[in-house]
Write a protein that binds this ligand. Structure first.
Ligand SMILES: Nc1ncnc2c1ncn2[C@@H]1O[C@H](COP(=O)(O)OP(=O)(O)O)[C@@H](O)[C@H]1O
Ligand SMILES: [Mg+2]
Length: 259
């Protein structure tokens, strides 16, 4: 295994079974700080379970899950909470609270974790909403927003406390392909700007992933390949090839220009 000094998340031979069903069969992966890593794999391969291990929400049966030098599989209480403050998360549904407007949804982390005054909270909320192009929608309620807008607001909230690491679990679910591309562009843009470590879980490999730094392919409980987007395209592994064919199909195989 490479021992880059810049590793912020390190999974070492992580194993996890649920009621005799072994989901993680020895997952090893190093995630480099300040980079974008995509974890791709078919549905049911254990991608979400893996993210839960990184957050210390699920404990492995064996192996290590090291986040910024701390083995989250072995700490609890205050220490675990401290590790979790390093994360922003954006999961499938943007999980906005329907009863709160955009301003208050994005203000939530500040209200929960800080004692800032309203004016400062408003200032910080607007600052983050500007990053995602939603600063003019402060008074809107989630029901008044499109799917893409909700996800933008969800991103602003995930970034509110300027986390070191942001975990995205299938963050574009429910969006049409054009919107998917825009959304990933926005993720990559904000990542470049704020320099957080992005770990993005996806069941497909859209072309826009050429903007990512690393792609890890998860299959049958292990990480099959971990390399650049370009190298993934050249993989000789049958599973990786099939995944690329299934999810990129004729667009990848032809020289067609991206629409
Ligand atoms: N808490 C749990 N209890 C039992 N089985 C689980 C639990 N969480 C996940 N699983 C099982 O683990 C497998 C992988 O799930 P998941 O990580 O959600 O897949 P993916 O995110 O790759 O689609 C599935 O078979 C799922 O049913
Ligand atoms: Mg999942």
């Amino acid at each position: 295994m490479s021992m880059s000094d810049n590793t912020i998340i390190r999974l070492v031979e992580v194993r996890k079974s649920f009621a005799g069903n072994e989901v993680l069969k020895g997952v090893s992966l190093d995630v480099e700080a300040g980079k974008t890593t995509i974890i791709v794999g078919q549905s049911g391969q254990g991608k979400s379970v893996l993210l839960k291990h990184i957050l210390g929400l699920v404990r492995p049966d064996a192996g290590q899950v090291i986040v910024d030098g701390v083995d989250v599989s072995r700490v609890k209480g205050k220490k675990l909470k401290e590790v979790r403050t390093k994360f922003g998360i954006l999961f499938q549904g943007a999980a906005l609270l329907d009863s709160l407007d955009v301003l208050e949804n994005v203000a939530l982390p500040l209200r929960q974790r800080t004692k800032l005054k309203d004016a400062e909270i408003r200032r910080r909320v607007i600052e983050k909403l500007q990053l995602v192009g939603m600063a003019d929608q402060l008074d809107k309620y989630p029901a008044q927003l499109s799917g893409g807008m909700k996800k933008r607001v969800g991103l602003a909230r995930a970034l509110q406390l300027e986390p070191q690491i942001v975990l995205f679990d299938e963050p574009t679910t429910g969006l049409d392909p054009i919107k998917v591309k825009d959304m990933y562009k926005l993720f990559f843009e904000t990542q470049k700007l704020l320099k957080y470590t992005a770990v993005i879980v996806s069941h497909d490999i859209p072309k826009i992933f050429n903007l990512s730094d690393m792609v890890a392919v998860m299959h049958d409980g292990i990480i099959l390949a971990h390399c650049s987007y370009e190298d993934i395209q050249r993989s000789e592994n049958d599973v990786v090839k099939a995944l690329i064919n299934d999810t990129m199909g004729s667009i990848y195989n032809s020289d067609q220009v991206e629409q």
